[in-house]
Design a protein around this ligand. Structure first.
Ligand SMILES: CC(C)(COP(=O)(O)OP(=O)(O)OC[C@H]1O[C@@H](n2cnc3c(N)ncnc32)[C@H](O)[C@@H]1OP(=O)(O)O)[C@@H](O)C(=O)NCCC(=O)NCCS
Length: 167
């Protein structure tokens, strides 16, 4: 398993992953290809996010790739928090390919992301999830998440919020 940055090389694998993901809302949303005419266009938009072009805060994006070069997961690390991220989005968003869930990949992916956070000198990492997302809650707890107050969105959705302190 390795983390790689999205690039033209991963176009086919990324499209294949999207196909398997189906109609559910893509997580992380930064990796959603729908709405782009070409892969090149997606990469330019992702670079805008990475460099913190308005309205984005600077961020890092990775694919988790297995030993046959298939993308099994995706992760997005926001380097700082704005109002939306402090209440709803958190520092990190992740998703795992549907056929590769329940194999421990998300727990490991978050662990790898926390190493990246340390390199970025983010000492307190906020991770959020929907109140009914049992899988994601376990992933966060597996990585030492300490629960903070919940946040209720304007739509009435309850977001659980967890902090992980990095030494
Ligand atoms: C949530 C998600 C990332 C979990 O990925 P995963 O690779 O299956 O997670 P893991 O295999 O590391 O599982 C961690 C724990 O959660 C449990 N788990 C995973 N999915 C679960 C589910 N749907 N219901 C209940 N428990 C679940 C696992 O059994 C495991 O339990 P354990 O620690 O007691 O062994 C994945 O289901 C996903 O991509 N969902 C859609 C996107 C999403 O919700 N992202 C998170 C946004 S905050």
């Amino acid at each position: 398993m390795k983390l790689v940055k999205p690039s033209l090389e991963w176009k086919e694998q990324h499209e294949n992953y999207m196909e398997e993901w189906g109609l559910d809302r893509m997580v992380p949303s930064s990796m959603d290809l729908s709405g782009f005419h070409t892969y090149e266009e997606f990469l330019v938009a992702l670079e805008d996010r990475a460099t913190g072009k308005e309205p984005w805060v600077p961020s890092s994006h990775y694919f988790l790739v297995n030993n046959v070069n298939q993308i099994v997961g995706m992760i997005d690390i926001r380097h700082e928090l704005n109002e939306y991220l402090r209440t709803i989005g958190g520092h990190i968003g992740y998703g795992i390919r549907p056929s590769d869930r329940h194999k421990g990949y998300a727990s490991n992916l978050l662990k790898e992301a926390l190493t990246k956070c340390k390199e970025l000198q983010i000492s307190q990492v906020l991770i959020t999830c929907d109140e009914d997302n049992i899988g994601s809650t376990k992933v966060i707890l597996n990585n030492g998440g300490i629960e903070d107050d919940v946040f209720i969105t304007e739509e009435g959705q309850m977001k659980r919020r967890f902090w992980i302190t990095l030494q």
